[in-house]
Structures are given as C-alpha cells and as structure tokens.
Design a protein around this ligand. Sequence first.
Ligand code: BTN
Length: 307
Amino acid sequence: MKEKILTMLRESPEPLSGEEISRRLQVSRVAIWKQIGQLKESGTEIEAGPKGYRLLSLPEVPFPWLFGERSSRMHYYPEVDSTMNRATALAREGCPAYTVVVADRQTTGRGRLQRLWQSEEGGLYFSLILRPSLVPREAPVVNFAVALALVETLAECCGIAAQVKWPNDVLVDDCKIAGILSQLEIEADQIAFVNVGIGLNLNNRPEIADKPAVSALQLTGRRVNRALLLADFLDRFERQMAVFSRSAIIAGWKAKTVTLGRRVKIVTIRDSCEGLAVDMDEDGGLILEMADGSHHTVFYGDCFHSS
Ligand code: BTN
C-alpha cells in the first residue's frame, strides 16, 4: 500500500487529505494514518497540514516500496555478504527477469578477477537478474549496455561526465566510479540467466586500493539519493533492452570509451599482452594491433592504459 500512497502524493499538486486517500484505496483512515507513520519513520518527509498530506522528500535507502510497479521484484537488505549470492539463489529459483537485489553494505563484496569490492555505507550495491534471448557468445554485450546506462544515469542524476573503459569500468578522469561484474549460467546451450552486479561509488569515500577510485560525493560535494538514482538507472536500462540492438550498444560504447586509440596491457590470471587498442568487435572482444602489425582479439582480462 505504501507505494500506492507515495504515487498519489507524488502525482498530486495539492495536499491530499487522509479521507481522500482512504476513499481512493478503499481502506480505513486509520490504516492510512499507520502507513503514513511508517513512511515517515523510514525517512520519507511528509508534511501534515490542514488541507492534508504533502510529500516533501523521499528516503535515500532503496526500500522496495519506493519503486512503484517494480516493487515486487526489488529485494532490499541493509547488509548482505554479496548481492551476487542472493541473486544467484533467486535466479535459480526462477525469479522473473529484472529482479534486483540491493544492499546498503556488503561484507564480502566481489570484484572482477577475484578481488574484493569495498562496500561501505553510502555506495550503491546491486545485482540485476536478466534473462536475455541471446546465445552465450553474445552475453558480454549486456555488460556494455549496463555501462552505457550507468554513464547516462550519472550525467542525468549527478551532472557527472563519466566514460567507459574496456571491459567493464566506468571512470571519471581515470578514477573508477563504478564497476560491473557479471555471472552467466547456461542450460542446454541457452542463457538461463545473466546476473549483473554493479557497485557504484555515490556517497561513500572509496579508499584507493590497486587503482584510483572516486565517488559522486567527492566529485560534486553533494549527496545523491541512491533510491532515485537506482530507479532512474533501472528505467533507462529496461527501455534500452526493450529496443535491444547489439550494433547500437557497441556503437554507443565506442562513443564513450577511453580505451580505443590507447596503448594497453591486458593481464589475465594466466598471461598478459600489450598492443594498441584499435577497435571492439561485435561480441565485445577488444582488437589489439601488436608490435608486428598483426591483430589480436582479447575477450577478458584486466586492462591497463599506458598512453
Ligand atoms: C569490478 O571489479 O570492477 C566489479 C565490481 C562489482 C561490484 C558489485 S557490488 C554489487 C555486486 N555484488 C558484488 O559482490 N559485486 C557486485
């Protein structure tokens, strides 16, 4: 009921009386009064004046009831080990596509290449369960779509001009503001699900570990409403996936990347190689021009820019 009350208050230019809300929802005024009390307790600012209730601000904690029609697919935790673990369990149980697991903190947040992802209060940590109709080879394009939607969301919600780095980083002036980790499960040669985990430095102050990192708060000096930013991202990403075009995603990614045209070193657990990043192919492989002029495509690894 909370999301319905919030939707009404958000859409109403005038204060709404308890009587009017109870009439529209067909529940008692006492029930409305209780729900309003709970909304206030969880950080929603609602002014109760002589003409009724007026919404002043929404909480920044991503409570499911803030997400309207999406609320039944939102799973919020103040703290988890890793949102990826919950997402895997939900996906295997058959949850619908676009189910989201979001947490305020993670005790063992996972990064790419078996690193730990710092997950202190203030950041946004979530996993998105997707069931795209793609063959497994095409799955990486989903990560590029996520990176692009993140860049657009940061521009729209924070006025931050971010760029993308192959394979899955979102950077501002060479400092990492977001990381993406994905996990693919295949059944009978088809994608059963892709879980995309996103860690976004918003109101936290990330420590510089192996690579420089930065948060929206450090860049702008302003705190961001994490719940509103997440809703903006999910709307944007779902719209993009509804008109899914691999070539458009790859072209959009190339327009926003800092990797192409740079000399790079790609390091994997097994080996490394260096070359000039000249292009990205339609499956997301990075095409390197090697010292002898030959072309070599890499599909995963850590990418270091050297010029
Ligand atoms: C990277 O190394 O750049 C990827 C970082 C991905 C971190 C996110 S936070 C939400 C989700 N849960 C995790 O444990 N990891 C991902």
